[in-house]
Write a protein that binds this ligand. Sequence first.
Ligand SMILES: Cc1cc2nc3c(=O)[nH]c(=O)nc-3n(C[C@H](O)[C@H](O)[C@H](O)COP(=O)(O)O)c2cc1C
Length: 499
Amino acid sequence: MTVKAHQNVQPMTAPFESMRDFAQALEHNGRLLRIPEMDQDQYEASAFAYRLIERMGFEAAPAFLIERIKIDGRWIDGPVVANFYGDWQDEALPFGIAPVQGNRQATFKAVMNGLLSRLTPAGTWHRIAPVVIPSDTKAPCQSVVVRGDAIDLTQFPFLKNNPADGGRYINMGAVVLEAPGIGRNVGTYRCQLKGPHRIGVNPEPGQHGWQMLMSLKRQGAKSAPCAVVLGADPITFAVSSSKFTGLGEDEYEIAGGLRGKAVELVKCVSNDLHVPAHAEMIIEGVIPLDATDDEGPYGEMYGYLGPKKANNFYMDVTAVTHRPQPWFANSFTGVTCDMPKGPQTASEYNRYKKLIPNLTAFYGPRGASGVVVVAIDKRMPGEGMMAGQLVAANPGLNKVVIVVDKDVDVLSPQAVMHVLGARWQPSASLMIPQTQMMMPDPSAPKRGLSSKMVIDATRQLPDEGGPKDWPANTRTLLQDGAPHAFDLVDARWDQYWKT
Ligand SMILES: Cc1cc2nc3c(=O)[nH]c(=O)nc-3n(C[C@H](O)[C@H](O)[C@H](O)COP(=O)(O)O)c2cc1C
């Protein structure tokens, strides 16, 4: 199950200007599988997404592109692309960071170091202000403009992922809002397709988009202009879908800093908001603030069906603008890897390094939302538990915080499970009864609340009740006693398989 590298696909150089540039770069590197057609009326694409991950694992599974897809009895041209962020080599691409071939750990380190080098000496993200291109310069995202009754969002390949979902969804769109006294926000929230020119807009309570809409409402506004950006460049998308900017901080500026190049914006055709000029499609509209609608249910990021919600925001669409043959991204939420991890992980590492000076690695494993692994260079009794408590005390997907020694590969679930079995005593743990937690964990007693667990799986020192001397690790003993053994096996590796 390998994908051919398509050297005939034009190589793209970072920073990319749009999602299609990123997809083409993945294809060039043999990390994108092209599929001519799929019948989503039979949920073929959704079942494929499950099988892809089940059979190949998160890291090996490539992105996939469906050229045309059957929805509600009609074949609709895409392409629709999914599973962009499976491996660290894929995360490296948009930032122009060279992956270390065949070495996932080294590639992860390269991505972390590359991103952390984009911080200012004060530890904040370097910023580059966006530039606004004049409206009369034809921005790619405004090549085609559709307004009023001519708008029909149902003709585009927005998918119903699961028969249990409440409908078809636009689930990789960045929602642009502005509010006096706060500024601008660009956040990725799923949007349920409600009709030819109506969509739901789902910032969860507490999200910046939600705070802005509530602020506008308090200020007496009856409606909020809004734009949903589809197929923005992968760094703007990553910033819009990661939790590391403060309310009122401009995601476009931070994306510019991470790209090393300003994001080019253009004014919307039916309101005064600004959107990335090179995006694939923009859905412009108005969110009423004195009316709401039902939303969902929807198969959410933990892989469970979320509740059908009453009183959610929705948007009446005033214009749709797009490239001539737009590309679409779909998140098979809770199945494929559609949430960029790079900037979020680098941000969290940066945040915790200030609190935990001997932190060596921080990682939330793919496919295990709610679990984080924290590696430290432990020197003193109590450091493991302290590091775990500091991480658990902060917001994030940190219901279970596992602290390990620096020699443990945080990227390897197997290595982490191994130390839980071999180094950890359950007495070295702490349960925090109830605290705030990001949604939508299906085990939460109430959405947004959770208990948490700190597991100190570092080797316990004698003062912590650990053994006087930890026995030597046998792999290390082999390495020390026969320093050339692994080189010998590596050199003969191919030979072993030639029978
Ligand atoms: C594919 C995808 C879909 C998402 N859908 C939602 C959503 O429907 N509602 C939500 O509140 N957050 C959603 N998120 C998470 C937010 O994008 C993320 O928390 C981001 O920080 C929100 O922006 P904000 O901090 O400006 O509110 C999604 C993330 C991804 C990657």
